[in-house]
Design a protein around this ligand. Structure first.
Ligand SMILES: CC(C)(COP(=O)(O)OP(=O)(O)OC[C@H]1O[C@@H](n2cnc3c(N)ncnc32)[C@H](O)[C@@H]1OP(=O)(O)O)[C@@H](O)C(=O)NCCC(=O)NCCS
Length: 165
């Protein structure tokens, strides 16, 4: 699990499209909006601003997992993570989240947060096992669908940024 390499942008954009496109949790407008956000060019732009923004898991054939995140006022917003359909259930999702946690100090962030669709049980289970806590249910939210909001303090809730002075 390491940051995306310069030759991997097309392959990772394809993997994201192939992973997000068939997901049944999203209605058509939501799926269209998500797919439009992630191209080789947009991934390159994210990485230009933050070298940890796109982490990649690989097997001998190339990328099989991705984790896209962005700095958000001393937190990290986990935008997407996913594992190629043929590689699921082997710990790749869990390893991507662990690798994301390792990036926190270098990014001067103390927590990771994200959303998931309420009925995405695979995602829910991986997030809970990593240590994420569900903090809210947003009903009738993005594109009129229901979402869970999650937070995770991989290094504990206090840090030099948040400890009382
Ligand atoms: C969610 C996703 C990333 C999980 O990736 P993965 O590589 O299969 O996950 P892991 O093998 O690391 O699984 C870690 C744990 O999560 C749980 N888990 C994974 N898939 C699960 C499923 N389908 N149902 C229930 N639990 C599941 C397991 O408990 C597993 O731990 P265990 O192997 O010790 O039992 C993958 O299913 C995926 O890419 N889904 C489509 C994209 C997506 O929904 N992304 C998240 C958006 S919020």
């Amino acid at each position: 699990m390491t940051p995306i390499a310069h030759h991997e942008f097309d392959a990772v954009a394809t993997l994201m499209r192939d992973t997000i496109g068939p997901l049944g949790y999203y209605n058509e407008p939501a799926r269209r909006a998500e797919l439009a956000k992630y191209s080789a060019e947009s991934l390159r732009a994210l990485v230009a601003g933050d070298p940890h923004a796109v982490l990649v898991a690989r097997d001998s054939d190339g990328p099989v997992g991705f984790c896209v995140s962005r700095f958000d006022d001393a937190t990290i917003w986990l935008s997407w993570f996913g594992t190629a359909a043929h590689a699921r259930g082997r710990g790749i999702g869990a390893a991507l989240l662990a690798a994301l946690a390792v990036t926190l100090p270098a990014r001067h962030a103390h927590k990771i947060w994200c959303d998931s669709r309420t009925d995405n049980t695979a995602s829910r289970s991986v997030l809970e096992q990593a240590g994420f806590r569900c903090i809210a249910t947003l009903t009738n939210h993005w594109y009129e669908q229901d979402y869970l909001l999650w937070e995770w303090f991989p290094n504990g809730p206090t840090s030099p940024l948040t400890a009382p002075r």
